[in-house]
Design a protein around this ligand. Structure first.
Ligand SMILES: C[S@@+](CC[C@H](N)C(=O)[O-])C[C@H]1O[C@@H](n2cnc3c(N)ncnc32)[C@H](O)[C@@H]1O
Length: 321
């Protein structure tokens, strides 16, 4: 999938790169490996509403060896198969406790850097371990943002220290700006010569649309939020950014990311993914859409209530998906 997205950007290499829904940064790592980002003239802007994730990236960027040491320390008692499970719930509680300490001093939503003190290093190590140890790698939180997925069924928790160090050194070499913020804050950075990759939470597939109840006031990824995202992407393209966006290949997607505004279908890849803690796997068709500066027709401002969030700090830890 990452190579399809990379190809969708086209042949002109970017001067800047903006990814406002960073998650695991699969496309960013791929673009790095294919040297597509060698032409960058400014620091890439990578951000996400998940504070713990962005703290982990910042700790890896600035103190990679200390993060690896902390990881080794917390896994040193795990020698035999399944031995790690007896520590899972204790480490999960520790992770949630550090989360409060590390994220509290920073006003959420401003995109400011979270300081990387010793607690942040510990938090990053716990985050990396829990992410490998939890059930099917699902990142699930309760309404107050505390991580609550159960333990996975693996014999051992595999950690690739080389990959962890490598990720940290890529972020350091690029001097990546790593923001804990809502997408509305970082998308403003995208303009002339930039590639903007948009991988937000998806709209429901058509067969789920009638029964869809996954979004609520604190997880506002319904049509209004997507309309606002489509509008902001159009503004970014008008400023000169090339936009690539992924979503389900659903009727609502094409209505919101509309051809009349310049959106074009680049590919329709089929994917299989795990969708729930019950490990159900489901086939879905996704769509890769492109929006290029020369084609964009900016729609009228959707002016939803949600657009108010762009100017005010938001309780971002509540926006986990
Ligand atoms: C589909 S995932 C991105 C996956 C990513 N492309 C990868 O390679 O793993 C969507 C991401 O959007 C983030 N997110 C959800 N709501 C957000 C918001 N309002 N602003 C910024 N990021 C948000 C989630 O924390 C999650 O990491």
């Amino acid at each position: 999938m990452a190579h399809v997205i990379a190809d969708a950007f086209g042949d002109d290499k970017p001067e800047g790169y903006v990814e406002p829904f960073a998650g695991g940064l699969a496309v960013f790592w791929h673009l790095h490996d294919t040297t597509a980002l060698r032409s960058l003239r400014r620091s890439p802007v990578l951000s996400d509403a998940c504070g713990s994730l962005m703290v982990a990236y910042r700790a890896l960027q600035q103190r990679p060896e200390e993060v690896c040491n902390a990881l080794q320390e917390l896994t040193k008692g795990h020698k035999k198969p399944r031995e790690w499970t007896r520590d899972y719930y204790r480490l999960r509680s520790q992770f949630n406790a550090y989360r409060a300490i590390v994220l509290k001093p920073v006003a959420a939503g401003e995109g400011r850097d979270v300081p990387v003190g010793d607690e942040a290093v510990k938090h990053a190590a716990l985050m990396l371990w829990i992410n490998r140890a939890c059930f099917n790698g699902l990142w699930r939180t309760n309404r107050s943002g505390a991580f609550n997925a159960s333990a996975g069924s693996y014999q051992t928790v595999r950690l690739d220290y080389d990959a962890i160090r490598r990720g940290g050194s890529i972020l350091a070499n690029f001097r990546a700006q790593l923001g804990w913020c809502d997408w509305r804050v970082s998308i403003r950075n995208a303009g002339e010569g930039d590639w903007l990759f948009v991988d937000s939470p998806y709209l429901p597939m058509d067969r789920q649309a009638d029964s869809f109840t996954g979004y609520s006031a604190i997880r506002p990824w319904g049509h209004d939020e997507h309309r606002e995202l489509a509008f902001q992407c159009c503004l970014a393209a008008r400023r000169g950014a090339v936009v690539v966006l992924t979503n389900h290949d659903a009727t609502a997607t094409h209505e919101i990311y509309d051809q009349v505004n310049g959106w074009e279908v680049y590919a329709r890849p089929e994917v299989t993914r795990t969708i729930s803690q019950s490990a159900n796997r489901m086939r879905a068709t996704e769509v890769v859409l492109t929006l290029r500066p020369r084609d964009v027709v900016v729609p009228s401002n959707p002016n939803t209530q949600l657009s108010m969030l762009g100017d005010a700090p938001v309780a971002l830890e509540d926006l986990h998906v």
